[in-house]
Design a protein. Sequence first.
Length: 231
Amino acid sequence: MRGWLIIMKWNKRFDYPSSTRSLVMGQRHYDIDNEKLPSVTTILQQTQSEEKKSKLAEWKQKVGEDKADSIRDQAANRGTIMHRIIEGYLTGERHADLSDLGRQAGVMARNIWESDLKDGMEEVWGTEVTVYYPGLYAGQTDLVGIYNGAEIIGDYKQTNKPKRREWIDDYFIQLAAYAMAHNHVYGTSIKSGVILMCSVDNIFQRFYVGPEEFKKYTFEWIKRVDKYYHD
């Protein structure tokens, strides 16, 4: 069968924790096992290079604060809808949103599904999974399981324009952070990750990170965690 009617293989190997999110001094944290742990995205944002901070400030100044906030919020809402629709493909429960933004997100979600996910994902361990490294950090990854024969962490991304690989190092570091936490808590050996991305003009991109490159991003993540806690 094609489309969302495909029945995905599920294997609920692990008991993933429930969590709540809260803001601590304006930064997102996860409440897990009586710990308030900073999110992966919080740590990445707080440890950005000065060059990246400068570029973001320049862009905001160029388009204006209000416009920048509008673009950010629309992208976040579209991404939330897209994630929900993709999760519906994986669980076999169809989701739809008939708003203009929802229709756009639905087309993007279907592109990711048809272009890669429905054939590449062999076994799902969990979707929208909360992972954490006790005492250090927590986050939520979109997908964990077996992808093209390997244990993998996966994330879906929406974008206004297609991306070059060298622009999205933080996405790869994010995958490494989730894998490091999952491996520590559950004894897995996840050494690869994939970003599945679709632009608003419906261009699909797949960014795979294999074991050697993944190791590099894991080391970079450890440095970012150290900087967050000690700088």
